[in-house]
Design a protein around this ligand. Sequence first.
Ligand code: ATP
Length: 437
Amino acid sequence: MATQSNATMDKLISLCRRRGFIFQSSEIYGGLNACYDYGPLGVELKRNIKDFWWNWMVSRRSDIVGLDASILMAPRVWEASGHVAGFTDPLVDCKVCKHRFRADMIAEAGKCPDCGGALTDIRQFNLMFKTFMGPVEDSASVVYLRPETAQGIYVNYKNVLDSSRLKVPFGIGQIGKAFRNEITTENFIFRTREFEQMEMQYFVQPGSDMEWFEYWKTDRQAYYMALGINPDKVRFHEHGKDELAHYATAAFDIQYEFPFGWKELEGIHNRTDFDLKRHQEHSGKDMAYFDEVTRERYIPYIIEASAGADRTLLCVLSDAFEEQELEKDTRTVLHFHPAIAPIKVGIFPLVKKDGMPEMAHKIEATLKPHFPVFYDESGAVGRRYRRQDEIGTPFCVTVDTESLQNETVTIRDRDSMQQERLKIDELFHFVYRKMQV
Ligand code: ATP
């Protein structure tokens, strides 16, 4: 991956739209503020990021299992979790221009950042989206769109424990949509009202919690390095006492240096036994764990690693983006790790004759069942390389005259732009090996 990303938000947004990574939601109707749709390349990239996370956090481990809880949950879940009473942000309005802000995000207290006008007093605004279940729209039928995926894990902790052979310490991972009626949205897909979280909750014995907290800090940092993110642009930010959420005794954010500054990518929290205790109180169900070896009963502490899939995608895009001044032109390249690149191989016949397209199509058919490839025969080869560079395709294979004689092709590396010759039947293993982390 490049260490010299020179992304700006304008360039990223324009590339995303032009090449089909991300579109504004409901664009033909003027768009819906802060909602986005992932296009053909965006959906591949996002799926690869989610698979990468799932593989790192769930598949490769024997102490973590997966879950997919429903978005709508019993409203009492959100009373128990503290979200109905306390999942609020401080809201202020400008008395002059009427713009609305999150009070804790304003640089100069009491002054409108847009026009300098006076602001109203702070009101607490609950971020949960409400809707109604069933045909009657009354207070008894209110349900919420989940503002985090974590509660789906907590309320299923006993189900998972009782139906598996897991013992503390163990974890449950989940990827899914979350919704927050954010007062202000910002920076493209960085803060939106509908987004996806990739969360892992790790259940541990009280007393071992800070040790596990440190373990997860180290592991999660290693994960971003494996994803190919520039280490100079990743750092920890420890929450001060005034920043800590109501459930946490310790919290670190993993921050990334986006084009608009250092911002949170993921939160790692020691949530203690807060959530399970609250669910025990509110549901009347026993949430204790019985350790068969030590014969102890306790409510486990929880260490949470909570990342945003959309924020990770923005981080990956921004980190991978480079505009390079070459001798004759400028090339735009996305230096994605091959594991997450939407398309793995571009396949080109050098010219549209002499059996080269047929041979290239044969290579396409051999590789396509294993990973996404793209066949392109239009325009000069140099132009075709550039089109693949711009969407982050790590390899381009060209069928030329020599290919017809000895069953070899050139394979060109996106980052070094160097070419080497390979036997056609070595292609799959060559690319597959590069896709491993
Ligand atoms: P912030 O302080 O930015 O509002 P938070 O601390 O409330 O975020 P968490 O509740 O810890 O965020 O959520 C965990 C992760 O979910 C975040 O690190 C982020 O990656 C993602 N996330 C949270 N809110 C949003 C949002 N509105 N849009 C996109 N991703 C989000």
